[in-house]
Design a protein around this ligand. Structure first.
Ligand code: FAD
Length: 395
């Protein structure tokens, strides 16, 4: 007999423990150095070393490579905490999960062990590369070419905005088989960064997420052994898309954590600052702004959790991932902006970290598919596959 179940929003005791561990790590290891890394733009290796030791890195790596094989929802719980401490440090902390995802999805057991096990044994990085100087949103428009020759696949082209590209040992790279068009020729290849012909650019200066390493990578006649190809040549587009469905809930969690931080700064400031002989907290206009922050934080969190849960259940979460990512990112930007507004003049200067959160917030609307691209995915679905509950056809 089928038993109806109430929806249950409670976390398991393991998940609560995980959340507590991530929260303590954030308080002890991330928050104290957040401003320093934002100012210097250095790469916080020391934090990643500690995160690896604490089991807070490579969290989705499968057990067969020595990983903890946590669920995507578990990963989101960790990410909300660390992003509430520092979005930029978190971007590079969780980039291994993005870089590894195509291998987890499409790699053979031997490939998983070859590429991912070393990352569990010591601090190493794996980057992810679809974007190029001439394209970002349009993944089917990848121009970097690949040709098969003997035992190798030879790559030529340029990859752009590659997070952790300057520190990575491997890069899960999407390229196009020479002579193919659009989706059909896309191929996933794991590129070792020390191969001849791989040239790594200098870190690209950015407005936010300064602790995160972002570089251009040029591939010039790079001979990669054929056994680095993920799945079959030309069949990589669905691998890239499935990767995003698995990682976009995490971006929702990033933006949710950042919202929480901005909201908490705003509350603390509103309770302290006075104007017109009263606390800001006593003005209804300020209370409404804070109420909206809480509403959007809760909604972002629930959408993120739902989408992560669907992915963990092996359901197609493409639509819920786009909804969660766009909603949390767009309201993340609004919350950061409103929080800065409550600080007003003091928000615009660098004394308080709210200015940093405002700069950091913007990236969530851009990477892993812009907010417009998420709307495009949802809109196309609504106008093709969505089945209305009631028949509304006009006769
Ligand atoms: C700090 C940083 C880190 C990044 N890390 C990585 C990484 O590790 N790996 C990686 O591969 N990429 C990475 N990216 C790239 C990122 O994913 C792209 O910047 C993003 O996908 C957008 O691509 P684009 O910048 O080329 O914008 P474009 O695709 O040129 O888009 C420009 C504008 O047009 C809009 N637009 C485009 N097409 C449409 C459409 N059909 N309908 C409506 N609007 C549209 C977009 O929403 C956007 O507003 C990173 C980017 C940044 C800034």
């Amino acid at each position: 007999m089928e038993v109806d179940r109430m929806i249950d929003f409670s976390l398991t005791s393991e998940q609560k423990e995980l959340q507590k561990k991530a929260r303590e790590f954030t308080i002890n290891e991330i928050i104290p150095v957040s401003r320093k890394y934002d100012q210097t733009g250095e790469f916080p290796l020391e934090i990643y070393q500690k995160a690896l030791e604490a089991g807070l890195m490579n969290t989705v790596f499968p057990k067969e490579v020595g990983g903890p094989e946590l669920g995507i929802l578990d990963n989101c719980l960790i990410v909300e905490e660390t992003a509430a401490g520092d979005p930029g440090i978190t971007t590079s902390l969780f980039d291994n999960s993005l870089g590894a995802e195509p291998i987890i999805i499409a790699g053979t057991s031997e490939q998983k062990n070859r590429f991912l096990r070393p990352l569990m044994e010591e601090l190493k990085f794996i980057a992810f590369a679809t974007s190029e100087p001439g394209m970002g949103s349009d993944v089917a428009g990848i121009a970097t070419t690949a040709t098969l020759e003997g035992e190798d696949i030879i790559l030529n082209g340029r990859k752009m905005w590659i997070t952790n590209g300057g520190v990575a040992s491997f890069m899960s790279t999407f390229v196009r088989m020479e002579g193919t068009k659009r989706h059909k020729g896309i191929t996933g290849v794991v590129v070792p960064m020390d191969l001849d012909g791989v040239r790594i650019g200098k870190p690209i200066p950015k407005m936010g997420h300064k602790a995160s390493n972002t570089v251009r990578v040029t591939l010039e006649n790079v001979h990669v052994p054929k056994d680095h190809i993920l799945g079959e040549p030309g069949k990589g587009f669905p691998i890239a898309m499935r990767t995003f469905s698995h990682t976009r809930p995490t971006i929702g969690a990033f933006a949710t954590g950042m919202q929480r931080a901005a909201m908490e700064y705003a509350i603390a400031y509103a309770k302290r600052r006075e104007a017109f002989e009263d606390k800001l907290a006593n003005f209804q206009a300020i209370q409404f702004m804070i109420a909206e922050m809480k509403m959007h934080y809760e909604a972002s969190r629930l959408l993120t959790w739902k989408s992560a849960w669907e992915a963990d259940q092996d359901r197609d979460n493409t639509i819920s991932a786009s909804i969660a990512k766009a909603f949390a990112s767009d309201y993340g930007m609004k919350t950061a902006s409103d929080a800065l507004q409550i600080f007003a003049g003091y928000g615009y200067i660098t004394t308080y970290l709210i200015e940093k959160l405002f700069r950091d917030a913007k990236l969530y609307q851009i990477y892993e598919g812009t907010s417009q691209i998420q709307r495009m995915i949802v809109g196309r679905y609504m106008l093709s596959k969505y089945e209305p509950i009631f028949d509304r056809t006009f006769s």
